[in-house]
Ligand binder design. Structure first.
Ligand code: PMP
Length: 466
């Protein structure tokens, strides 16, 4: 099928409200035409004009098994022909849903019991907040409701999940954050560490700050702490050494639940099946989405630990049925897609690949970028990584935001056929390629990124900024 690019661009400009797009610049054409993405295969996508890109971000860190996997498309098609939909209310199920749930409970870290399904990471985190409140109401602690999240944490953009997200531009002009959500410091040693402070000392300080925050708020009012094992949208930042151990000790002391938001880190991205496995996290609740279906179908899960679930079951005679559910909770096509994707994740050992190819990827990023005069930090784990650009390496000063260094590098990469994302909170270029990427493809990706970074470095010298 040939796409009429001019017509589709016009229809789009007239009718689509695009997320994260400067509306006037788009409406007036200043941003140019939309990119009409038409096909994908492996780690690459192609637009309607025939231009091919390496997708160094797997969509939005989600197409972990790569594009064009026919086995997933066939599983979706088979289920659509057999039974396109039935709900999971009042004890209805499908074979795909029951099988998927059993797999998830068994593969997830910690002592998990049940899975509640939604369609997005945001709605799953909305469910997690309700579960925290429900659990504490049912066990006679109705004041224990506040949820603590971190600055630069990302948990979604709905009312509660958007409030948990520790980025002010998700709140501004939209009446967030909601009052029950409290924020604590970002676990990023490069910017947050005091001079001479080791990572372990910094982690202990962050844990002490959390302890003080809980004491100040009143432990009887704090229900849960939510965190991504590795900060994603907040700049692809692995935790400093000792962080999760120190944080979990504080949470246990105050009887505060731990929600591991594994929307990005789940299903292999860090080189372990879950980020929690990698960092010794024992969550009470786990949020999954993205990699669960590799984005072939919208599906998310709030995985509920035994501790929380048992309180819910024990109270059922008293409170009646669990009154929470979406029309599409446990959608059979989503479940079929997830089972087909998990088959690939397991059969192709994608966590193992993310570990070995990921180590190579991290080593290449370090080798090519860490010593450049405009680079402050190169960081990452498994197949997620970031380069942070700074004006002065010694003094650790950022570039003037008006120079748009991160966005310029991202654009330069794109012009060279590589999608790598400019991330908020500084000048950061982020990578999270599909987990099926090979070493040869890593070389290709890194070499394009290097050419892009060097071109912007040359421009900055030319402009007298370096
Ligand atoms: N949690 C994390 C860690 C995420 O990265 C995201 C999405 N980037 C979400 C939650 C929200 O997921 P969704 O966009 O599917 O609502």
């Amino acid at each position: 099928m040939t796409i009429d690019i001019a017509k589709i661009s016009e229809l789009d400009r007239r009718s689509v409200l695009h997320p994260f797009t400067q509306l006037k610049d788009f409406a007036t054409g200043k941003l140019g035409d939309p990119t009409i993405v038409e096909t994908g295969k492996g780690i690459r996508i192609q637009d309607a004009a025939g231009k091919e890109f390496i997708d160094g971000f797997a969509g939005l860190y989600c197409v972990n098994v790569g594009y064009g996997r026919t086995e997933v498309a066939e599983a979706i098609s088979r289920q659509a022909y057999r039974l396109a939909y039935y709900h999971s209310y009042a004890a209805h199920t499908t074979d795909e849903l029951a099988i998927l749930s059993d797999r998830l409970v068994k593969m997830a870290p910690g002592k998990m019991s049940k899975v509640f399904y939604g369609m997005s990471g945001s709605d799953a985190n909305e469910t997690q907040a309700k579960l925290v409140w429900y659990y504490n109401n049912l066990r006679g602690k109705p004041k224990k409701k506040k949820i603590i999240s971190r600055d630069r944490g990302y948990h979604g953009c709905s009312i509660i999940s958007g409030s948990m997200t520790g980025m002010s531009f998700y709140h501004d002009h939209m009446d967030l954050p909601f009052s029950q959500i409290v924020h604590t410091g970002v676990p990023h040693h490069y910017w947050g560490g005091h001079p001479g402070e080791t990572e372990v000392e910094f982690s202990k300080r962050r844990a002490a700050e959390l302890d003080e925050l809980i004491q100040r708020e009143g432990p009887e009012t704090v229900g849960a702490f939510i965190g991504e094992p590795v900060l994603g949208t907040g700049g692809i930042t692995p935790p400093p050494e000792g962080y999760w151990e120190a944080i979990q000790a504080v949470l246990r002391k105050h009887d505060v639940l731990l929600i591991a938001d594994e929307v990005i880190t789940g299903f292999g991205r860090t080189g372990s099946m879950f980020g929690s496995d990698r960092y010794g996290i024992e969550p009470d609740l786990i949020t999954v989405a993205k990699g669960l279906t590799s984005a072939y179908f919208p599906l998310s899960g709030a995985i509920v630990g035994e501790k929380v679930y048992q309180v819910m079951e024990d109270a059922a005679d008293r409170v009646g049925s669990f009154s929470h559910g979406y029309t599409y909770s446990g959608h059979p096509i989503g479940a079929a897609a997830a089972n087909a994707v998990l088959d690939i994740v397991e059969n192709e050992d994608l966590p193992g690949k993310a570990d070995t190819v990921g180590s190579y990827f991290q080593a290449q990023l370090q080798a090519k970028f860490a010593q450049l005069p405009i680079v402050g930090e190169v960081r990452g784990v498994g197949l997620m990584g970031a380069i942070e650009f700074v004006a002065d390496r010694e003094k650790k000063t950022r570039f003037d935001p008006g120079l748009n260094v991160g966005a310029r590098v991202s654009k330069a990469a794109r012009d060279r056929g590589l999608i790598a994302r400019a991330m908020p909170h500084g000048d950061i270029l982020g990578f999270a390629p599909p987990l099926v990427i090979t070493k040869a493809e890593v070389d290709e990706l890194v070499s394009i990124a290097e050419s892009a970074v060097r071109s912007v470095m040359d421009q900055l010298v030319h402009e007298g900024q370096k």
